[in-house]
Write a protein that binds this ligand. Structure first.
Ligand SMILES: C[S@@+](CC[C@H](N)C(=O)[O-])C[C@H]1O[C@@H](n2cnc3c(N)ncnc32)[C@H](O)[C@@H]1O
Length: 179
């Protein structure tokens, strides 16, 4: 009997590694693989949103999306300040990890979506936070800037959009304002 459990456990682990590997390689070719934002970026984003009202709302009232959320580094940091965050991630294993973190952190204001970020309706957000390669930014640029309401912000770790100029640069953080 214990041999059966051993093989079932082994099979489950191999399956999870396979699914994670599949999506990891897929995102290398078609998007951007998982890499977590560092503490400096997290702190710069929080400070920016604390000192700038968006659509007349403070950080705790904001409706934010983290597109390509990974393990939700930005989403959970923002939720600590009361923001409502939609964490969108294509890799199902990373999504499961986020769901566990959400329970452990009791982050009630984080909603996790396991889907392609290109399928999201961006219009409902005051702010979008991203850490995505230029190839993927290029694919969403037109839609993001046309769907977000005037006065909304996009905060991008490291990488820049092609057609729009930053409103502000804070270290590695590119800040865009929808005009
Ligand atoms: C560089 S990581 C950033 C993780 C997190 N946002 C952070 O800053 O720590 C990019 C993430 O985007 C995800 N991703 C890539 N293409 C995607 C897509 N089309 N839809 C949703 N997520 C995607 C990857 O799986 C990866 O977890």
């Amino acid at each position: 009997m214990s041999v059966i459990f051993y093989f079932l456990g082994l099979f489950a682990c191999l399956f999870l590694v396979f699914v994670f590997g599949f999506y990891y390689i897929w995102t290398i070719f078609f998007g951007v693989p998982y890499l977590s934002s560092d503490a400096q970026i997290v702190s710069d984003i929080i400070k920016f949103l604390q000192s700038n009202k968006i659509n007349n709302k403070g950080l705790s009232e904001l409706n934010i999306a983290e597109l390509g959320a990974g393990t939700g580094t930005l989403a959970f940091a923002l939720a600590k300040y009361g923001a409502k965050v939609k964490a969108v991630e294509i890799n199902p294993i990373l999504t499961i990890i986020m769901r566990v973190i959400k329970i452990l952190k009791r982050a009630k204001t984080v909603e996790i979506l396991n889907t392609d970020l290109k399928k999201i309706d961006y219009s409902e957000f005051d702010c979008i936070v991203i850490y995505l390669y230029p190839e993927l930014l290029e694919k969403i640029e037109d839609r993001v800037f046309s769907e977000l309401h005037k006065g909304s912000y996009i905060l991008s770790n490291t990488f820049a959009f092609k057609k729009h100029k930053e409103y502000l640069k804070i270290g590695k953080l590119n800040v865009y304002k929808v005009e």
